[in-house]
Write a protein that binds this ligand. Structure first.
Ligand SMILES: Cc1cc2nc3c(=O)[nH]c(=O)nc-3n(C[C@H](O)[C@H](O)[C@H](O)COP(=O)(O)O)c2cc1C
Length: 217
């Protein structure tokens, strides 16, 4: 697949077919995630790939934690977002709203069962970084995650980054027995998208260049 086509066509999937992903296919896309550039080539990204019975166990643990704490999805900023950012987020929610209604059931990917895409997908990826790195190295991890999402898309695999579950990072670390020095910064659902599900049938829009490029010449 052409890299430009992959970048334009990729979109997050929040409903998955109950079809397992072969280990070799998972390894294949991670080879590309590992090709991302990083400062002085330290490659600070770490991925914990959870599937099969281990994923079921993790989901049970997360469902329990979510039922107890009911943390909702937000921008993660201390102060409310300025309107310019809030409006982008509102437009994405508005695009999703009719699809959620079509689901005919209580389904809100941003609230309690915000990890629904994670729950339904055959593979859950936990993205981590060693705590010794400064926050700026999250950037390198983000680059690797981008490579991963595009490689998955090129191989007909769907993904959805899920920030919400990091609110339950402690539960995840305990369930998977992750070392203390690993900081969980994202999770990603991976699997084959359910093309019939309404929640997979909307596309978020993007700003034009003049909204985010500032030229000096
Ligand atoms: C860091 C990050 C965290 C995200 N967290 C969530 C989440 O918790 N739940 C969810 O349904 N989608 C989540 N998303 C997906 C975004 O909503 C999605 O990428 C955005 O609306 C653009 O849509 P697209 O990926 O389909 O192009 C997250 C994406 C990123 C990059």
């Amino acid at each position: 697949m052409d890299v430009f086509a992959a970048m334009s066509d990729r979109q997050s999937a929040r409903a998955y077919l109950p079809k397992p992903v072969a280990r070799a296919d998972i390894e294949d896309i991670f080879k590309y995630a590992g090709q991302a550039p990083s400062a002085i080539n330290v490659q600070p990204w770490e991925y914990v790939i959870v599937y099969g019975k281990e994923k079921d166990r993790l989901v049970q643990r997360l469902k329990k934690a979510q039922a107890e704490r009911k943390i909702t999805c937000g921008p993660g900023t201390e102060n409310p977002l300025p309107d310019i950012f809030k409006n982008r987020s509102r437009r994405a929610s508005a695009a999703m709203a009719p699809r959620i209604a079509e689901m005919g059931q209580e389904f809100n990917p941003f609230v309690e069962d915000g990890s629904c895409s994670f729950y339904g997908a055959p593979v859950a990826i936990i993205v981590a970084i060693d705590r010794l790195f400064p926050k700026i190295r999250y950037l390198d991890v983000g680059l690797s995650v981008s490579y991963l999402l595009l490689a998955a898309h090129a191989r007909d695999l769907a993904t959805c980054p899920i920030g919400l579950v990091t609110a339950y990072a402690h539960d995840i670390a305990e369930a998977l027995d992750l070392p203390e020095n690993k900081e969980i910064i994202l999770s990603i659902a991976l699997g084959y998208a359910d093309p019939q599900s309404p929640i997979n049938r909307f596309k978020t829009e993007r700003e034009n260049l003049d909204a985010f490029c500032f030229w000096y010449e």
